[in-house]
Design a protein around this ligand. Structure first.
Ligand SMILES: [Zn+2]
Length: 254
């Protein structure tokens, strides 16, 4: 270390030390999703097996997440290939160092949030490519569209897999309440076990009336155990970690 190390460099060093950055090369999600940072995050590629990031979101630069989130997204994309149709379209994650993602988002600050475009079918029920976030009516139809609507079957397959994915534990699946109902109606209609539907219901919510999430799904993962020891904070003073996704009352769900 040089003798003449400047004051601001010293401050920078101390501020890093404060947030526990003794980098072991893995990512750190620091703080909360709404007031946080991302250190040594990983970048999501523009495409991979079963997933794609379209130009609008490539241009924004919000493509960084924790190692666990990036693994989750690639794991989920790969899994969803079995259901055919266009790849899982991924929107914003976080900026390289996290922090404010304004004006696009209040959250997306700590590398544990990701937006997913919705799966759609056309008027004939065929999977349809959409590289834009189209707003859906409460009945699942695209506003001012040509009969395109939410692909409830693939959304349910996605939700089910998010409950059991190995890479990260999903805390929230945000989606407009009427669209949640459509997806759960599909699950019931296809004979899904009530315990599985109940568990999905716990994960799915509409975050706020003014953020309806009727044009995309937003997922958030819990702090990893390692990151929780280093300053990662799951939301809310009364936050309580939900039980492991793939069990309910001791029963293996999926
Ligand atoms: Zn979002």
């Amino acid at each position: 270390m040089k003798a003449g190390l400047c004051i601001s460099c010293m401050i920078a060093l101390f501020s890093c030390a404060e947030i526990g950055v003794v980098s072991d090369g893995s990512s750190l999600s620091y703080g909360t999703a709404n007031a946080g940072k991302l250190l040594d995050g990983a970048a999501l590629p523009n495409r991979g097996p079963g997933f794609v990031v379209y130009a609008t979101w490539q241009a924004r630069g919000l493509r960084y997440g924790t190692d666990e989130l990036i693994s989750l997204l690639t794991e989920v994309g790969d899994h969803m290939r079995a259901f055919g149709g266009p790849p899982l379209a991924i929107g914003d994650l976080a900026f390289r160092d996290g922090g404010s993602a304004a004006p696009h988002h209040r959250s997306h600050q700590s590398g544990r949030d990701a937006d997913l475009l919705l799966y759609l079918v056309d008027a004939a029920g065929k999977p349809k490519v959409s590289n834009a976030m189209l707003i859906l009516e409460d009945d699942g139809r695209v506003v001012a569209g040509n009969g395109e609507r939410l692909d409830v079957a693939r959304e349910w397959a996605l939700v089910k897999y998010l409950m059991v994915a190995r890479s990260a534990e999903v805390q929230h699946i945000f989606l407009a309440e009427p669209l949640i109902q459509l997806v759960l109606d599909h699950a019931r209609a296809t004979g899904e076990r009530p315990a599985v539907i109940e568990r999905a219901r716990e994960l799915m919510s509409q975050p706020a009336p003014n953020a309806p999430h009727n044009d995309h799904m937003h997922i958030r993962v819990y702090c990893s155990e390692e990151d929780a020891k280093r300053g990662c904070v799951d939301f809310g003073a009364e936050h309580r970690r939900k039980p492991s996704s793939y069990r309910a009352g001791g029963e293996q769900l999926l």
